[in-house]
Design a binder for this molecule. Structure first.
Ligand SMILES: [Zn+2]
Ligand SMILES: [Zn+2]
Ligand SMILES: [Zn+2]
Length: 164
């Protein structure tokens, strides 16, 4: 088992070292882009970092306003293009129900995003389970269905919110 598992199973509570999540994610991104010969430009990297700011899925407009604060007025297409790039490379997932993005802790493995999303604080934890993935692909292929994107969202209450 890779050390990513501890990362992907963490909820956003203060009990984990999030700096480590960010560092792991950024170096995995650099490695992945190098191996695919695609360019992780400074802007793309900074946007990935902003998505990884926490385990709360973040909307494109939040990213845009943070970037604008940092480096002056930023055009929305810059952010959308970077997000598309990051999605394409599997570095982030899109949470449809929240219209928001969250970083992926294991971008090198082809997989469906399975997310546990807290109804109370909005944090999202990704569950990495290849058996679920294989089941979905097998069922789809039995029906002659070609899945293009697969993100599963399970709603509930995270451990932190249960204890307050
Ligand atoms: Zn973290
Ligand atoms: Zn993922
Ligand atoms: Zn919560």
């Amino acid at each position: 088992m890779k050390n990513f598992d501890t990362v992907s199973l963490s909820f956003c509570g203060g009990s984990h070292d999030h700096g480590r999540c960010v560092k792991t994610a950024l170096s995995a991104a650099e490695e992945l882009c190098r191996s695919k010969s695609v360019r992780l430009t400074d802007a793309r990297k900074r946007i990935l970092e902003l998505v990884w700011d926490s385990h709360h899925p973040v909307g494109a407009y939040d990213i845009l306003s943070k970037l604008s604060l940092e480096s002056g007025k930023t055009a929305p297409p810059t952010v959308y293009r970077a997000l598309d790039f990051l999605l394409e490379q599997g570095l982030i997932h899109r949470i449809e129900s929240l219209n928001a993005y969250v970083g992926c802790a294991h971008p090198t493995e082809e997989h469906a995003g399975l997310f546990l999303i807290c109804n109370s604080c909005g944090c999202a934890a990704e569950v990495h389970d290849q058996t679920i993935d294989q089941t979905i692909l097998a069922k789809a292929s039995n029906l002659g269905f070609a899945p293009e994107q697969r993100t599963l969202e399970v709603r509930g209450i995270c451990p932190d919110c249960q204890s307050t």
